[in-house]
Design a protein around this ligand. Structure first.
Ligand SMILES: [Zn+2]
Length: 320
């Protein structure tokens, strides 16, 4: 497109052309701490760097770190990992569902305006260095490039609805997508209704973890609204075998929604990271899962899911 500026994403080390992203792990975590998963926190720079380097060696070109405000997000360490492991990282602002915030946390009392102001500051000035614990702290050099939001199982609480509204305001102001945690893949249509009600375009919405409810008909319905579907629970053998996820991808592609699919790994536990002594680790996507996707739907369709779909989904709607 001669004359048109190249689309860009915002990484923790600055804006980058979407054509340089390569394979995008559309949802992962390099640092995380939440009361919802006690004992499973990970916050070690050397180990997280080693994990990211192994992910890069497996073929991942860019990692989207979806750790939001309040869950031990560390923009300074994301920059350090990005530089040491030589891999672009897109960081996130926004908020998770209620289960990740202890009672009394400021996210429950803050107004929509205040919640939105912090999201916009993370996007435009740089991410807060310490989860907004000290509102006056100087912003980190890393700007967020995506927004996280969350809802509960088949419902959204009043506080979650306020945070969804704040994230919608942030998305419209900052031109970045909203990645919404769905609990066991539920409440997808309703989340889309809520966000579009606040003016967010469907193609700027990414519903995460939908594969926890591997219902291809439901997913095709949601995709038909123009929303992106993120599958990110491969390797969770305790829930179901990966073959079910491959069936799901094949069915949704057959229904005509290839261009709405994204893959991530959502490694949210220390016990899943090889560098912390766990497994299967960040290399699982490219080493174990993607070869099977290629056999099911072919190389062109697989590359669309890994490369061109996320490039479109995470592109900034306005120049950085
Ligand atoms: Zn996650």
């Amino acid at each position: 497109m001669r004359g048109m500026p190249e689309p860009q994403v915002m990484t923790v080390t600055g804006p980058m052309s979407t054509s340089a992203l390569g394979v995008v792990d559309a949802h992962d975590h390099l640092f995380l701490r939440t009361p919802a998963l006690p004992g499973d926190e990970f916050d070690n720079l050397e180990r997280s760097t080693a994990e990211a380097a192994e992910g890069r060696a497996s073929g991942i070109g860019t990692i989207v770190d979806m750790t939001p405000i309040g869950l031990g997000r560390r923009p300074d360490l994301l920059r350090a990992v990005s530089e040491a492991a030589d891999i672009p990282i897109i960081g996130a602002t926004g908020y998770h569902r209620d289960a990740h915030y202890p009672s009394g946390h400021w996210v429950y009392d803050a107004s929509v305006d205040e919640l939105a102001e912090r999201v916009v500051a993370d996007l435009e000035a740089g991410m807060h260095p310490a989860d907004w614990a000290d509102p006056d702290a100087a912003p980190d050099a890393a700007r967020a490039g995506a927004i996280k939001a969350g809802a509960s199982y088949h419902r959204a609480s009043e506080a979650e609805r306020r945070r969804l509204e704040a994230c919608a305001i942030g998305s419209l102001r900052g031109g970045v997508p909203i990645v919404v945690h769905t609990e066991i893949g539920t409440f997808g249509h309703e989340i889309v209704d809520i966000l579009t009600g606040f003016g967010v375009a469907p193609h700027r919405i990414i519903l995460a973890h939908l594969d926890r409810n591997p219902d291809a008909e439901l997913h095709a319905e949601i995709a038909a609204r123009g929303v992106n579907l993120e599958y990110d629970t491969m390797g969770r053998t305790k829930y179901r075998p990966d073959s079910e996820l491959l069936d799901l991808i094949e069915h949704v592609v057959s229904a005509g929604h290839l261009d709405r699919l994204l893959l991530g790994q959502d490694i949210g536990r220390r016990s899943m990271l090889r560098a912390y002594g766990g497994g299967p680790g960040m290399r699982y996507l490219m080493e174990r899962f993607v070869p099977r996707v290629r056999r099911r739907i072919g190389d062109d369709a697989t590359d669309a899911i890994l490369v061109s779909n996320p490039a479109r989904a995470f592109a900034l709607a306005k120049p950085a």
